[in-house]
Ligand binder design. Structure first.
Ligand code: GDP
Length: 298
């Protein structure tokens, strides 16, 4: 299949001819394993993970006649097994405020995710403050304000082009003063000048640690699930420039079933705290490994 088609999930049906139907059986041999590997790679799982998944699947099943359903179930179980350890909600700390630094490239869904999280925390009765730390993108600051209004959460802003660290410091003071439970800090997502961004993030961290040596308590990396293998590169880059503690995968409501999440879990083991499943404020869900595996396999 075309990569786009494979990403949609349900790719396993391609192991069989259309006219074979759901009860058709095929002997699991080397040729079929290789086909399976190819399909998993096309579904963004990456070569290493695809090889391991098929090897596990083959164990005890080689030479047996299997139906589509049996293969699907076995594969879904393999995927769910890899994903189970990373399905963990955002850990909450008693610190007031708990500081959540949000990083990711522009367009990944940072602003939207911050708005959705703020809304969830508000619904749980928590006091939240947002700092619009991407001070170089006026549009991002405006968007964040819109989301803050929707969530009923104050958004602290600074003049365009001003120092994000200084804004973070002020936001820390305000959150402390108001006894807020959470402070979420948006950050810039321009990877064009990596050294610059790294310095900017490091400075934010230095400054907020003056107020709380344990901050930030979480560094959330927001990833767009539709970018496929790019997500792997982004994790590598952001792990170098920030101390990433967990992931939010956005846009899992689209055609992409997020095969790359399996590769991510396998390679980095970072917790997936939540998934974005739409553009509305309530479209943020806990990551469910079994549901995910079933959707991926189709
Ligand atoms: P930022 O540049 O990282 O802050 O990204 P934004 O939050 O502005 O999001 C970029 C685009 O992706 C916007 O059009 C959002 O509506 C959209 N978006 C964000 N999260 C999701 C999601 O989970 N599902 C869908 N379908 N769209 C999303």
């Amino acid at each position: 299949p075309e990569p786009e088609e494979a990403r949609r999930g349900g790719f396993l049906s391609r192991l069989f001819r259309r006219d074979e139907g759901p009860v058709a059986r095929r002997v699991l041999d080397d040729e079929m394993l290789e086909q399976l590997e190819d399909l998993l790679i096309q579904a963004d799982m990456g070569v290493d993970t695809a090889l391991r998944v098929t090897a596990n699947l083959a164990e005890g099943r080689m030479g047996r006649r299997l139906s589509v359903r049996e293969i699907k179930e076995a594969l879904a179980a393999e995927v769910a097994r890899i994903m189970a350890p990373v399905a963990r909600p955002l850990p909450l700390y008693p610190s007031k405020p708990q500081v959540v630094l949000v990083v990711g490239v522009n367009g990944s869904g940072k602003t939207t995710t911050i708005g959705k999280l703020a809304s969830q925390f508000r619904a749980a009765g928590k006091g939240v403050v947002i700092a619009a730390g991407d001070t170089f993108r006026a549009a991002a600051v405006e968007q964040l304000q819109v989301w803050g209004d929707r969530a009923g959460v104050p958004v602290m802003t600074a003049p365009e082009g001003s120092d994000p660290a200084s804004l973070a410091f002020d936001a820390m003071e305000r959150a402390k003063r108001e006894g807020a439970d959470l402070l979420m800090i948006d950050t810039a997502g321009r990877l064009q000048n990596r050294a610059d961004l790294m310095e900017e993030l490091a400075k934010i961290v230095r400054v907020i640690r003056k107020k709380d040596p344990d901050a930030p308590h979480n560094t959330l990396l927001v990833l767009d699930a539709t970018t496929g293998q790019n997500a792997l590169t982004q994790v590598e880059i952001f792990q170098k420039i920030a101390d990433v503690s967990g992931l939010v995968m956005t846009k899992l409501d689209g055609t992409a079933k997020g095969g790359v999440l399996v590769a991510l879990a396998d390679r980095f083991g970072l917790p997936i705290h939540a998934i974005g499943v739409g553009e509305q404020i309530d479209d943020l869900a806990a990551f469910d490994p079994e549901e995910f595996a079933a959707a991926l396999v189709g």
